[in-house]
Every structure is written in C-alpha cells, then in structure tokens.
Design a protein around this ligand. Structure first.
Ligand code: GRG
Length: 296
C-alpha cells in the first residue's frame, strides 16, 4: 500500500473542504479571515481529520457528515497551535515551516484568531447536526467527544501541567498526564468521533479506544524525540526547544534510546488492537506504521 500517496490525496480532500467551509463562516474582518487562513493552510499533516475519516470509513460509506467533524478538528488543532506558540506560552517563531501567527499578525490578532477557530469549530459541528438531524444522537455524542478533549480535562489541562512542569524535577506520572492530555486526548477524540458518527458498536469502540491511546502516546514520544534529533527545516518548527526550556519529556526523563524503544513498543501495541477489525483496518495500520517511521 502506498500510504504516503494515500495520505497526500486525503490531505488534499481535507484541504479543499477546509477552504470551502472557512469562506462559508467568515469573510469579514479581512484580517481575521487572512489570519485564520494563514494558520490553517500553513502546511499541517491533517492527522486528526484523516484519523476521523479513516475510522468513519470502517463503519459507513457516506462520508459527507464526517467531513464537518474532520474540519472542526483541524480548526481546534490549529487554534491550539497558535495559542501554544504565543510569547506567554512556548514563545515560538516558527510553526509548520512558516513564521508563527503572532509574528505575522501580532499578538492580539493571534489570540483572537485562535478564539475564532475554536468557536467556528463548534458552529460547524452544530450546523452539521441540524443538517443531519435524523442522526442527532450520533452527532451530539461525537461533539461531546471533541468538546471534552478540547476542554479543561483535555488539551487545556495537559497544557497547564506542561507549562507548570518546566524547569522542575519531573516524574513519570506527571509526564503521562501531560502526554495523554496535551496530545493523546484529541487523537483519541478523532478516532472515537469517527467511530461514533459511523455508527460503530460498543465492543469496536472500546478496541479503538485502546488503539488510539497507544497511538497518541507513541505520537507524542516521537514528537519529543524529534525535538532532540530532528531537523528544523523538515519539521517546520524550531528543534531543541524542550531542552532549552527544561521541559518534561520522555527523552529528558528516560533517555533517547528508552524513548525510541517505547515508541516502537506502543506502536506495535496499537497495531495489535487493529487486528480485531481484519482487513477493514488496513489503512489505519499503514498510517500507524508510517507515523512511527518518522525519522527518529
Ligand atoms: C489549549 C493552547 C492550548 C494548547 C493545548 C495541543 C497543545 C496543547 C499544544 C500544541 C503544541 C504541541 C506540541 C502539542 C502536542 C501535540 C502535537 C505533537 C502537535 C503537533 O501536531 P502535528 O504533528 O502538527 O499533527 P501538524 O502541524 O502536522 O498539524
């Protein structure tokens, strides 16, 4: 299977949907539209939308409703990146290979752009549930997954603990909290929301839960490793920042080799879960293998 090409094609479809939907929700003020567009189309991998769509595909063939949720996830993810890069947070100059949003539009517009992306995501999802009101329960359940993952007990909780752990002696429980909340929670919500919208049964959902938990952890550990050994140009963001700000990461707590071993082990465990679905999960297996092969 040519997974790189499949991902490219899928990202193109997601991008085209994102472009259309952005115009439907905002045209004025121009600076806000330009700023939202700038960060949305600065070159993300579209991992969360693709996870949602490919999980959805395992249970349903009519993708149209799922695209709205895929877009909402990317809006929320992009907002979190813009806010994470702000001077009061990680103070980053580069993201997705381009100057960060506040470097281009200024801090006030960057904050408001994040707010606008977050709120528009909910507008998109609520409108989707009104459009497909015969499946209202599935839509509300999917929205609940995404809202929970984006909220206090999701990425925001993870971000707070992450910030408060800088320059401190860390421990593995705190590290696990940061990883599962800052990163894992939105990845898990992407998989769960896709499965729920597709109408999956309880057993499948609990298998996918485990799959996504292992995947989310592996993904963040690899991201931490790449911050040590990666290439700024290839990654599109400044590497070496975690060490500079004394962040609590898997390599800083356990060393690089242990981090590599853990990432491989978690990837294998996540792929094991997918065996339950047989060939239906082939693309998800290929995607999971591919993510682990990001150069580390
Ligand atoms: C609520 C402000 C706020 C933050 C929440 C998500 C988050 C916490 C911060 C963003 C920064 C960060 C390093 C998060 C960890 C998750 C992660 C590895 C994000 C990068 O995701 P990719 O690799 O990025 O999917 P692209 O650019 O490809 O979309």
């Amino acid at each position: 299977m040519d997974i790189e090409n499949l991902l490219k094609e899928e990202a193109k479809r997601v991008n085209s949907f994102l472009k259309d939907i952005l115009k439907q929700y905002i045209t004025y003020p121009h600076i806000l539209y330009n700023s939202m567009e700038y960060s949305l189309f600065a070159g993300g991998k579209r991992l969360r939308p693709i996870l949602l769509l490919w999980t959805f595909d395992m249970f349903d063939d009519n993708r149209q409703p799922a695209y709205y949720y895929a877009a909402a996830l990317e809006f929320i993810h992009t907002y979190s990146l813009i806010h994470d890069d702000l001077p009061s947070m990680d103070n980053d100059d580069f993201r997705r290979g381009k100057p960060t949003n506040h470097k281009v539009f200024g801090e006030a517009v960057a904050i408001l752009t994040g707010d606008a992306l977050l709120n528009t995501a909910y507008e998109i999802m609520v409108n989707a549930s009104l459009k497909y009101s015969d499946s209202l329960k599935k839509h509300l359940a999917a929205q609940h997954e995404i809202a929970r993952a984006s909220g206090a007990s999701g990425i925001i909780g993870g971000q707070i603990v992450d910030i408060l752990s800088e320059n401190k002696e860390g421990d593995s429980d705190t590290l696990k909290y940061i990883h599962t909340h800052k990163t894992g929670t939105l990845i898990k919500a992407s998989v769960r929301a896709g499965a729920i919208l597709g109408g999956c049964d309880e057993k499948s959902l609990s298998v996918l839960d485990k799959y996504a938990e292992y995947l989310g952890l592996a993904f963040q550990i690899i991201d931490d490793i790449l911050d040590v050994v990666g290439d700024t140009e290839k990654l599109g963001k400044t590497v070496g920042k975690d060490a500079k700000t004394k962040k609590l990461t898997y390599p800083s707590l356990f060393g690089l080799q242990a981090a590599r071993d853990k990432a491989v082990q978690l990837t294998e465990k996540s792929i094991d879960q997918l065996k339950y679905f047989g060939d239906t999960a082939n693309v998800l297996v290929a995607l999971t293998e591919y993510l682990c092969k990001r150069e580390f």
